[in-house]
Every structure is written in C-alpha cells, then in structure tokens.
Design a binder for this molecule. Structure first.
Ligand SMILES: [Zn+2]
Length: 163
C-alpha cells in the first residue's frame, strides 16, 4: 500500500481535536476553554471536554484560487472551502482529488491528512488536513452521542453528474 493510500484510508491519522461543552453540547474547533454559546460563560470553564471531530462534512462555501501563495505554486488552481462538519464547527481547508469545476455547495467531503506546503530553503514540510470528496456510503455517524447537530448527515445530497 502506498503512503498516500495509507493516509487516505486511515481516518484517525489527522488530528481534529476540538472541545465540546457538556452543558449545551456545542462542539468547537479549534478547542475553546469556555462556551460562548451558554448564557453563563464562567460556569462552563470546567465543563469543556476534548472532542475529536470525525472529519466529515459538506462544502458550505468555496473559492477557486488561481494566484498561489508562496509554497503552493505547484498546485494552482486549487479550491479553498469552508466545510460545515457533521458536529457543527466550520473548518477552512483545501479540497483535493477533484476538479475545481466539480466542487459545489453541498458537496460531501471528508478530512484527510496531507502535506500542506513545503518551505523552500529549509525544506520544512507541514502536514495538516485537507478535504476530499466523500461517497455517500462513506459518511460515518458521529462518534459520540446525539448532542451534536447531525442535520448535515441527513440532508439529501444534491444531484451530481456521475464522475
Ligand atoms: Zn455551552
């Protein structure tokens, strides 16, 4: 199995560690120490627990980038998207493994762990999550409890032309 395939097929390899308010159930990424959703913020200080997002969501908004930032020169055009996760938080990330023209609002995606960029002279390689299109059958249920909103899972997928 190639390295790329290994990462793609090992969903636990990326780290989407957020936090969850045990009072109202709201999930935050990046994690927060208090819950701004609850009316009494200070009472939530010791009620926040670590929460691992599964990495599934759908494209909420996106833009096709044609002018690459330094370190991204080899990848233009690429798609940067806001992805609404099944747990609620909206993540920003690149959408890969799909033609930019095929990305649309509502596209089901999944986070994978990929190389983000290389810093030229030092050769430092940064890794993080990117999003790839998810098949309908791939969508996993939330790992923990019913507290997180799950509407995104139950929303019918907009019709798309077959690949
Ligand atoms: Zn709360």
């Amino acid at each position: 199995m190639s390295i790329a395939r290994f990462w793609r097929e090992t969903p636990r390899r990326y780290n989407l560690g957020g936090s969850k308010c045990t009072i109202c159930g709201t999930v935050y990424f990046p994690p927060r120490a208090v819950c701004p959703t609850c009316p009494h913020h200070r009472q939530t200080l010791e009620k926040m627990v670590p929460f691992q997002l599964v990495g599934d969501g759908e494209v909420f908004s996106f833009t096709v980038v044609h002018d690459a930032a330094e370190g991204f020169e080899m990848q233009v055009p690429y798609v940067m998207a806001l992805v609404k996760t099944v747990e609620g938080p909206v993540l920003t990330g690149q959408v890969v493994d799909v033609e930019p023209g095929d990305v649309q609002i509502g596209l089901k995606v999944r986070a994978t762990f990929r190389k983000l960029r290389e810093e030229g002279k030092a050769g430092v390689i940064h890794y993080g999550y990117k999003f790839t299109p998810a098949l309908e059958s791939d969508v996993r249920p939330p790992l923990r409890g019913p507290a997180a909103p799950v509407e995104a899972v139950e929303t019918p997928t907009p019709d798309r032309a077959p690949a």
